[in-house]
Design a protein around this ligand. Structure first.
Ligand code: PGA
Length: 256
């Protein structure tokens, strides 16, 4: 059964005070959601690594915690890195892997992404694989091929029993932080493609949650989440405002 998921990627933003205030506000409002909504929805806060511990304790049972990145090793002489075993140890349940900022600014290749996915799954955590094409790739008609390649390589070593801990986030690079969102129809078309690619990889594709990310806001979330293959969102900028983020969490169709 695929889950509805809204994950707030804080990127390199936040402070002790913000964790206290924002997580407290979000938690309180999520606690007041209808029981049916709560059962079907996972709300995840993904702060910078240093604040994971505070988010875990502030978030209580209403909120899950994720980490934005881990190294492709579990321990050793890798100054500055943290591992997925450490993330699990600190109470994280989710790890973002291959976010476009990691790929573009830190040179993460599909090969490194695949190694990180393996670490995350071996640690018993859920991996959120981020994929997406650049504007040039979309304009060249390459979007589907690029996204399919990222999925095939990133998830090449997932074993049958691990698929229940894999989430895919489709984030067109041109829509991240730009205020430009893919139309719900374009996003749906790509999500259906992604499900097809997963099917070809012998994944239980109907059970894998596929999130959309890229300038999701309270006023466009409902149209996106109404699409049959869009199971939730990975939210950047709008995750730093409690009202906005909670209203995105409330944007799923009521009767589905
Ligand atoms: P955005 O970021 O919502 O600010 O566009 C999304 C993301 O990078 O995950």
């Amino acid at each position: 059964m695929r889950r509805r998921i809204v994950a707030g990627n804080w990127k390199m933003n936040g402070s002790k005070d913000l964790v206290q205030q924002l997580v407290g506000d979000i938690r309180e409002q999520v606690a007041g959601f209808d029981e049916r909504v709560k059962r079907a929805l996972d709300v995840i806060i993904v702060p910078p690594a240093l604040y994971v511990d505070s988010v875990v304790s502030q978030g209580g049972s209403e909120l899950a915690t994720g980490i934005q990145n881990v190294g492709q090793w579990q321990s050793g002489a890798y100054t500055g890195e943290v591992s997925s075993d450490m993330a699990r140890d600190m109470g994280c349940q989710y790890v973002l892997v291959g976010h476009s900022e990691r790929r573009q600014l830190f040179g993460e290749s599909d090969d490194v992404v695949a190694q990180k996915i393996k670490c995350v799954l071996d640690s018993g955590l859920t991996a959120v694989l981020c994929v997406g094409e650049t504007l040039e790739e979309r304009e060249a008609g390459e979007a589907e091929r690029v996204v399919a390649g990222q999925i095939q390589q990133g998830l090449a070593d997932v074993s049958a029993g691990q698929w229940s801990r894999v989430v895919v986030a489709y984030e067109p690079v041109w829509a991240i932080g730009t205020g430009k969102t893919a139309t719900a129809e374009d996003a749906q078309a790509m999500h259906a493609e992604i499900r097809g690619v997963l099917e070809q990889m012998n994944a239980p594709s109907e059970d894998v949650s596929i999130l959309y990310g890229g300038s999701v806001k309270a006023d466009n979330a409902a149209a996106l989440f109404a699409e049959p293959d869009i199971d939730g969102g990975l939210i950047g900028g709008a995750s730093l405002k409690a009202e906005e983020f909670v209203s995105i969490c409330r944007s799923f169709p009521v009767d589905a």
